[in-house]
Design a protein around this ligand. Structure first.
Ligand code: O7M
Length: 215
């Protein structure tokens, strides 16, 4: 089953088990733009799951490692993950431009400029303006911003270069609403539990997809 280029829906596939991951990916692929793989799945199933998901769905794979290390270590990690077939890697910007550049030199990169949980207000939100400036200077594929705070997405959109995409986690389980955050300026929504932990992941993905198409 191949994916959907028009879709603005990214599945956060935060399960441990390889078989469950592959099954959910195949059931939902038709409605997705990409699949995001985070530490739970890599720890549970190994890095090879990246290639397996690509082969099974034909979708782009986003490796959400939230890299936050010195340039050399970021480079060591990112090179293996891109080699495994990841199309995008997510990196933290707060460690500085040299660390982010080390990832960008190897492949398409997404920078975290604000997060969706309540604790994001403590340290990350006060640094958002600077992180957006960093993104404007480096021009990565995209940035991560919180679907739980559509007004912040609108603010970030107003300051960010128009070619840089905004990807927003926090729809569903964390309280964000797809329609609101897309209207605020998000290009993509990232959804995990509302799809993979639902009784019928395919139907949940279809409903979210329809919602994004209405905006
Ligand atoms: O829909 P959920 O809440 O089950 O999952 C959301 C996913 O997005 C999950 O993989 C989180 O790790 C991720 N995420 C956030 O929830 N908030 C953030 O601020 C950032 C991310 C993320 O994807 O960062 C790149």
């Amino acid at each position: 089953m191949s994916g959907n280029n028009e879709s603005r829906l990214i599945l956060a596939l935060d399960v441990y088990e390889r078989e469950r991951a592959l099954k959910i990916a195949e059931q939902t692929a038709e409605y997705l733009w990409a699949i995001k793989v985070n530490w739970p799945l890599i720890i549970g199933s190994g890095l090879g799951i990246v290639t397996e998901l690509k082969d099974a769905t034909g979708l782009p794979i986003i490796a959400d490692l939230k890299l936050a290390d010195i340039p050399n270590t970021n480079r060591l990690i990112a090179s293996r993950v891109f080699e495994a077939g990841a199309d995008y890697i997510i990196a933290h910007g707060f460690v500085g431009s040299d660390s982010v550049r080390a990832v960008m030199e190897l492949g398409k990169t997404i920078i975290v400029v604000e997060m969706s949980h309540p604790g994001a207000k403590e340290f990350i939100q006060p640094a958002t303006d600077k992180l957006v400036e960093l993104a404007n200077r480096l021009e990565p594929f995209g940035v991560i911003a919180p679907a739980t705070r559509p007004e912040r997405v609108a603010y970030i959109r107003s300051r960010l270069n128009s070619e840089v995409k905004i990807l927003t986690p926090g729809v569903g389980a964390q309280g964000g609403k797809a329609g609101e955050v897309l209207k605020a300026g998000a290009d993509y929504i990232i959804v995990g539990r509302s799809i993979y932990a639902s009784e019928n992941p395919r139907e949940s993905a279809r409903r979210l997809y329809e919602e994004t198409m209405e905006v």
